[in-house]
Design a protein around this ligand. Structure first.
Ligand SMILES: Cc1cc2nc3c(=O)[nH]c(=O)nc-3n(C[C@H](O)[C@H](O)[C@H](O)COP(=O)(O)OP(=O)(O)OC[C@H]3O[C@@H](n4cnc5c(N)ncnc54)[C@H](O)[C@@H]3O)c2cc1C
Length: 312
């Protein structure tokens, strides 16, 4: 039956037991090897025997990951069985090159007997569309698939008959991906600006990773979460409110630097930061010689120049 979505992602390897026993120690060993005189196999023995507690291993791994030392998390892989997704989705998925391996159901070697394994998006199937557009969509796809069957019967090879297939056709894949790339892909594909179907897929992928490791699962998030701001052009109106848009962050920052805003709830910018506006003591309204610090005027010239760099 045509459906509005059959998206499915199952983690087929490793098992929860393997992840729990080995994945953290592997990454911990990679991290620790960089910063230790000890031999890596000695570090590994301590990690895998839990002579070093999981909490301690996690603390180092999180620190290293947050500092962007990404090669340490390329040592572990996850393999997913993905099914019921459309060619629309798979075309986006296989654009990810680094750290991934894909195998996909062939439209050359498979002659599809099932002629209704396609997806109708909600906006069409459930939309309140005029002129029976949903019905027209379905009959257009059905007639394409009918013609596909006739071409096969006339002994046209499947590799040519498939030219009639729409993007709506469903397909199956095996995807193996290392943790670094999975975090990168999730950052892009869990974003609310991503296409709905691939977003659904990555929600399932995140669920699968959480099932075997809440620790690793916690790193799978829209890219704005680790960034702290949204960098999507299409979200300049901030209709997605997970994080403020970069434009807003920069506007607030500029206001702060020019002294229009003062910190009210404790220091936000470190005392040592060259970007801190200068503080000056001025009388409080109606006060008896009382003074309070407020920020006045632009920071000095050298700070202004530094603030213009892309390191801000
Ligand atoms: C919301 C959205 C909309 C999109 N729209 C379009 C579109 O309209 N048209 C279109 O063609 N594509 C589109 N894409 C696909 C996009 O351009 C990328 O091809 C895709 O997301 C793969 O991601 P990636 O480039 O980070 O590559 P990945 O293979 O996932 O690589 C991961 C990272 O490794 C590095 N890397 C990998 N390969 C190289 C390399 N050869 N050289 C240097 N560094 C490398 C990069 O830092 C890269 O970010 C879209 C993607 C998203 C998320």
């Amino acid at each position: 039956m045509p459906t509005t979505s059959d998206v499915s992602a199952k983690l087929i390897f490793p098992t929860k037991e393997i992840v729990e026993e080995y994945y953290l120690p592997i990454i911990y060993t990679a991290c620790r090897t960089c910063y230790s005189e000890q031999l890596p196999d000695r570090i590994w023995d301590k990690a895998v025997s839990r002579t070093v507690a999981d909490e301690k291993q996690q603390a180092l791994v999180r620190k290293v990951m947050e500092s962007g030392h990404g090669s340490t998390i390329e040592h572990v892989n996850f393999t997913f069985a993905i099914s019921g997704v459309t060619r629309t989705l798979s075309h986006q998925l296989v654009r990810h090159r680094a750290g991934t391996a894909f195998d996909q159901q062939s439209q050359r070697y498979v002659s599809f007997k099932d002629r209704d394994n396609y997806t109708i998006p909600d906006s069409i199937a459930k939309g309140d569309l005029p002129d029976d557009l949903a019905g027209q969509f379905r009959s257009a796809v059905d007639s394409n698939l009918e013609l596909y069957g006739q071409l096969l019967q006339a002994e046209v090879p499947a590799e040519d008959a498939r030219f009639i297939f729409p993007n709506a056709m469903q397909t199956n894949l095996i995807m193996t991906v290392n943790l670094r790339q999975l975090i990168h892909m999730s950052g892009l594909r869990l974003c609310t600006m991503a296409q709905w179907e691939i977003r659904q897929l990555f929600k399932q992928i995140r669920h699968e990773i959480f099932r075997v490791s809440p620790f690793f699962g916690s790193f799978l998030a829209p890219k704005c979460v680790p960034l702290g701001y949204c960098d999507e052009m299409g979200n300049r109106d901030e209709h997605c409110r997970i994080r403020p848009h970069r434009d807003t962050v920069m506007a607030v920052w500029e206001a702060y630097r020019s002294g229009e805003l003062a910190e009210t709830d404790g220091p936000v910018v470190p005392e040592t930061s060259p970007f801190r506006p200068r503080l000056r003591r001025v009388p409080v309204d109606g006060g008896e010689g009382e003074t309070m610090p407020i920020t006045v005027g632009a920071p000095d010239a050298s700070v202004g120049q530094a603030g213009g760099s892309d390191r801000v």
